[in-house]
Design a protein around this ligand. Structure first.
Ligand code: KG4
Ligand code: ZN
Length: 352
C-alpha cells in the first residue's frame, strides 16, 4: 500500500470552480464531518446573457476564491497548517473556470507544503451521496442530471464506475434551460419551469417521450425542438398556455427519466438508486422516480438538495475517499481536463 494511504488525510480543503459556482469546503473524510461549506453562486452575473459566459465565470471565481477560503477556514476553526490535503476540481468543465480553482489550490498547496489532489467533478457527484446517506452501500445506480450531464452510472466502489448510458445531445438541465428561454423565462430555467408548471395542466400538450431503441442513452434535443415548434405556432401565448407548456414539458421529462431508469434496473439488478445533479431538485421528477422505485422494490436515495448541485463538499469528500483508498496525490503539474469521463477514474491509474 502507498505510504499516503493512512489516516493523515483527514481534513481536506477543497475547491470547486468547474462552472458558475465558486465553492470552498473543509471536510474531515475520516469522521465524515463537514467542517465548512461555502458557496458563491454567480447566477446574477450571467442572468442577462441567458447562460453561463465562460470569461465572466473565470473572473468571478478569481475574485471570490480568496475571501471564500478565509471564510471557510474561519468557519472550520482551522488554519491552513491544520489542513492535511488540498483538493480542487480539475475536470470536466470550462477550461478557464477550472484553471482558477485548480491554480489557486495548487498555490496554497505549494506555500503550505500540503499534498494536492485534482478531483473529477463527476466522481464528486457520484460519491457525495455516501457522505450524507449512511444506509447507502455499493453497488448503486446513479442518475446524474445536471446542466452539463445526463447519464446512468453504476457505482461499484471507489474508483470503479461504469457508464451505462448518457445523453446523445442536450443534457436534461440544458433542455430545461433552453426550453425556459423559449418561454421567455430567466436562467437557470429548471426552477422557473417547475414554478410555472404548478399553474398548468401537465397533459395539455403531448410532447414526445423517449426515442425508441435508444437503450439507456438519452436524447433531449427533440423535445426542445417540439417546444420551439409548438410555441412558434402560437405567437400570442396566454399565461395559462405557457403554464400548460411548462407542466407538459416537465411531465414528459419525468416520464422519460422513469422509463429509462426502469430499463436500467432491468439491466443492473441493483437494490440502491441515487439521483444527483441540479435537476434532482425537481419535485415532479423526484416523485416519479421514487414511485417507480417503490414499484420495483429498489431503495431510493435523494441526497440533500445542497449536495445535489455543485458544491465543494463533494470534492473534499471524494479526495478524502481516494486518498484513504490508496490513491497518490498529484504533482503540481496536474493539468485541468475539460473532458474527463468517469470511467477513467480507476484507483492508481495515471489520471492526469
Ligand atoms: O448540477 P447543477 O447545479 O450544475 C451543473 O450543471 O453541473 O445543475 C444545474 C442545472 C440547470 O440546468 C438548472 O436549470 C437545473 O439544474 N435545475 C433544475 C431545477 N433546479 C436546477 N431543473 C429542473 N427543476 C429544478 N427545480
Ligand atoms: Zn455538477
Amino acid at each position: 500500500m502507498h505510504r499516503f494511504a493512512t489516516l493523515w488525510f483527514m481534513k481536506i480543503l477543497a475547491f470547486e470552480t468547474s462552472c458558475d459556482e465558486t465553492a470552498v469546503a473543509v471536510v474531515n473524510a475520516a469522521t465524515r464531518e463537514i467542517l465548512a461549506d461555502k458557496i458563491y453562486s454567480q447566477t446574477t452575473e450571467h442572468l442577462q446573457y441567458g447562460g453561463v459566459v465562460p470569461e465572466i465565470a473565470s473572473r468571478a471565481h478569481l475574485e471570490r476564491l480568496q475571501p471564500l477560503t478565509q471564510t471557510a477556514l474561519n468557519k472550520a476553526g482551522l488554519a491552513l497548517e491544520d489542513i492535511d490535503a488540498i483538493a480542487a476540481t480539475i475536470g470536466p468543465g470550462l477550461t478557464g473556470a477550472l484553471l482558477m480553482g485548480a491554480t489557486f489550490a495548487k498555490m496554497l498547496a505549494l506555500t503550505a507544503k500540503k499534498p494536492f489532489l485534482g478531483v473529477n467533478h463527476l466522481e464528486g457527484h457520484a460519491l457525495s451521496p455516501l457522505l450524507t446517506e449512511p444506509d447507502l452501500t455499493f453497488p448503486y445506480l446513479l442518475l446524474q442530471m445536471s446542466g452539463g450531464h445526463c447519464q446512468f452510472e453504476l457505482i461499484k466502489g471507489v474508483g470503479s464506475y461504469k457508464t451505462l448510458g448518457a445523453t446523445l445531445d442536450d443534457a436534461v438541465g440544458e433542455c430545461f434551460d433552453k426550453s425556459a428561454k423559449l418561454l421567455g423565462l430567466p436562467y437557470p430555467g429548471g426552477p422557473e419551469i417547475e414554478k410555472l408548471a404548478t399553474k398548468g395542466d401537465d397533459r395539455a400538450v403531448a410532447f414526445p417521450v423517449a426515442k425508441k431503441n435508444s437503450g439507456l442513452d438519452f436524447s433531449f434535443s427533440g423535445l426542445k425542438t417540439s417546444v420551439r415548434n409548438y410555441i412558434q405556432k402560437q405567437p400570442n401565448l396566454t399565461k395559462r398556455a405557457q403554464a400548460d407548456i411548462a407542466a407538459s414539458f416537465q411531465y414528459t421529462i419525468a416520464k422519460t427519466l422513469s422509463k429509462k431508469t426502469s430499463l436500467a434496473f432491468d439491466v443492473t439488478n441493483v437494490s440502491h438508486f441515487v439521483i444527483a445533479g441540479g435537476v434532482a431538485a425537481n419535485k415532479t421528477i423526484r416523485t416519479a422516480l421514487q414511485t417507480m422505485c417503490a414499484e420495483r422494490n429498489v431503495r431510493f436515495f435523494a441526497p440533500p438538495l445542497k449536495y445535489c448541485t455543485d458544491n465543494a463538499v463533494m470534492i473534499a469528500w471524494t479526495a478524502g475517499l481516494r486518498l484513504l483508498n490508496g490513491d497518490t496525490p498529484h504533482t503540481l503539474n496536474a493539468r485541468v481536463r475539460p473532458r474527463w469521463p468517469l470511467n477513467e477514474m480507476t484507483l492508481g491509474a495515471k489520471s492526469v
